[in-house]
Design a protein around this ligand. Structure first.
Ligand code: G3H
Ligand code: 13P
Ligand code: NA
Ligand code: ZN
Length: 328
């Protein structure tokens, strides 16, 4: 059945595991996740960004999720709004069957400009009050996602990717986090520790300088009962880069968040781990391979089936590494 995020994360906390939250935009991605969950006996978090909701249309998405629940009646499935930008977006998600919403008040409604603490508390609290009365969970975010190293979006002056903010301003402050949770009553808190969305997170295997796992430990020490969320947590595996490049792609060498760092986070309260890029890369690599090897192919199933299978393998691997396997 479709269940609120809180139910799944409470079980994860009681049993010391993390749960991957995979982004979806179409039927094959939902099928890949559900097949992986059935094979590994895992609970499921499926999330849709605002872009995903407008790409699919809410009605298609709602019925696809209902199909997933109907076909897998014993698997708990969370349907989560990823990066809601306003209380109105979150309410429209709830109206369309989502059982969990993220109010990302770390940014203003444009989804780009860093917002102040008071704004974040105000919009997040508004969503918590509305959502909880409808049996829907809420994820908030404090701090700014963005690379702490020279890389994508880096400015000349050594500042990170997000505007004028310095390294320390990007990271979530543990005392502020405690205050934020107290003031808003969120079910889960996304924290900023130096990860960024997309494939280009780090230019070499990240060290503690650029991937601040110790921040998670400091936040967990202040908030031992709060479920923490890691965004930008794709591992960007070398083999997926290689497949894409072997079959005509041109992705620059890049590094993501190593699975062992995520496992370290799971020991310190990380319960939801957002993964989109790895699934995108698995799909793209598989499609490139088919279309390169069989230039005459024109039936979409010829490449969508291997693409779905490739994403399923990524999902299985994360479900096993994060410890959610066996807990469905
Ligand atoms: O938040 C980032 C997710 O990877 C979703 O990306 O906004 O392109 O759908 P999107
Ligand atoms: P990745 O781009 O690392 O997969 O992160 C996805 C994410 O955080 C979605 O909210
Ligand atoms: Na989210
Ligand atoms: Zn995110």
């Amino acid at each position: 059945p479709l269940v609120p995020l809180r139910v799944v994360l409470d079980h994860a906390a009681e049993n010391d595991y993390g749960v991957a939250a995979f982004n979806v935009n179409n039927m094959e991605q939902i099928q890949a996740i559900m097949e992986a969950a059935a094979e590994t006996d895992s609970p499921v978090i499926i999330q849709a960004s605002r872009g995903a909701r407008s790409y699919t249309n809410d009605a298609y998405l709602r019925y696809l999720m209902m199909a997933a629940a109907e076909l897998h009646p014993s698997i708990p499935i969370v349907m989560h709004q990823d990066h809601g930008n306003s209380p109105a977006t979150c309410q429209s998600a709830i109206d369309n069957g989502f059982t969990s919403v993220m109010m990302d008040g770390s940014l203003k409604e444009d989804g780009k400009t860093p917002a102040d603490f008071e704004y974040n508390v105000r919009v997040t609290k508004e969503v918590v009050d509305a959502a909880h009365s409808q049996n829907v969970s809420v994820e908030g975010e404090l701090g700014c996602l963005g690379s702490l190293e020279s890389g994508e979006g880096e400015q000349e002056d050594g500042h990170g990717a997000v505007g004028e903010l310095t390294h320390d301003q990007l990271l979530t402050d543990p005392d502020e986090a405690a205050q934020f949770v107290e003031l808003t009553g969120v079910d889960a808190l996304a924290v900023a520790i130096g990860t960024s969305h997309g494939a280009y997170k780090f230019t070499k295997k990240p060290t503690g300088e650029v991937l601040a796992m110790d921040r998670i430990e400091a936040i967990h020490a202040k908030l031992p009962n709060t479920h923490l969320v890691m965004h930008g947590s794709s591992s960007v595996p070398q083999e997926l880069q290689d497949i894409i490049n072997q079959y005509g792609g041109e992705m620059k060498q890049t590094y993501g968040v190593p699975v062992e760092e995520i496992q370290r986070g799971i020991k310190s309260g990380v319960r939801k781990i957002n993964v989109d890029t790895d699934c995108r890369m698995a799909i793209t690599g598989a499609i490139r391979k088919v279309l390169t090897e069989d230039k005459g192919a024109f039936d979409p199933r010829a490449y969508l089936k291997p693409a779905r299978e490739a994403m399923k393998q990524v999902c299985v691997a994360r479900m096993v590494s994060f410890g959610q396997a066996g807990n469905g």
